[in-house]
Write a protein that binds this ligand. Structure first.
Ligand code: FMN
Length: 198
């Protein structure tokens, strides 16, 4: 039987996301708002709240049933999504800064909390992401990190070595800081670092 990662649609699959040209224009949303979506085990969107629809510019009909990479921004390192999937498929939660691409090419930064969704018997039936406005002091550090990771990935001859090199770079950073990825992410803003001793 195929496992969830085999079923997952990647950018290399036949279900390609629409080609949206980034405009370079940033859009924001309210500090009191949450952008929420849910997916099945393969990362296909099963639910998007009104804030998701408004900010991304997609209608419910356009987004439900589509792979979540429909809003993938080219500035996002593949390494971060590998980490995200590895983490949630092992049953853990993950926090991550993500830049997303709206339907019209505008982009919006979010601070995402992605978790497995379980049924009454504890079986993982899908995934859930809640995103809030990112902490502004973290963004310059996140942009620099993601640019470094994208550069590392692009310097490699093929997608597989790109992911390996990116993952190595992340692990080196975490080893130097003696923390895990979520702790590292929380350390990027003074607002969230207060809760940690990293
Ligand atoms: C619950 C959930 C929420 C996700 N949210 C996003 C998101 O907001 N933006 C995004 O680009 N990818 C998101 N992803 C990851 C995508 O499934 C996908 O891995 C990513 O867009 C990279 O696409 P690619 O593998 O085709 O390059 C999410 C995945 C899950 C399970």
């Amino acid at each position: 039987m195929e496992n969830a990662s085999n079923q997952r649609n990647s950018g290399d699959s036949l279900m390609r996301r629409p080609t949206v040209q980034p405009t370079g224009r940033e859009v924001t949303f309210g500090e009191d708002e949450l952008i929420v979506s849910k997916t099945d085990l393969a990362g296909v969107v099963t639910y998007a709240n009104d804030v998701f629809l408004r900010v991304s510019g997609y209608s419910e009909v356009e987004i439900i049933g589509k792979p979540h990479n429909i809003i993938r921004h080219p500035d996002m390192p593949r390494t971060v999504f590998k980490l995200l999937w590895d983490t949630i498929q092992s049953g853990e939660e993950i926090f991550a800064y993500v830049v997303n691409l709206a339907k019209n090419g505008d982009h919006y930064w979010v601070f995402a909390h992605v978790t497995p969704s379980v049924d009454a018997h504890g079986a993982v039936v899908g995934y859930h992401s809640s995103r809030r406005v990112p902490y502004p002091d973290a963004l310059p550090k996140v942009r620099a990190l993601y640019k470094t990771l994208c550069d590392i990935e692009r310097s490699q001859p093929d997608p597989r070595s790109a992911l390996e090199a990116g993952t190595r770079a992340v692990h080196e950073t975490l080893a130097a800081k003696r923390c895990d990825y979520s702790q590292f992410v929380f350390s990027l803003s003074e607002r969230t670092a207060m809760d940690l001793s990293v």
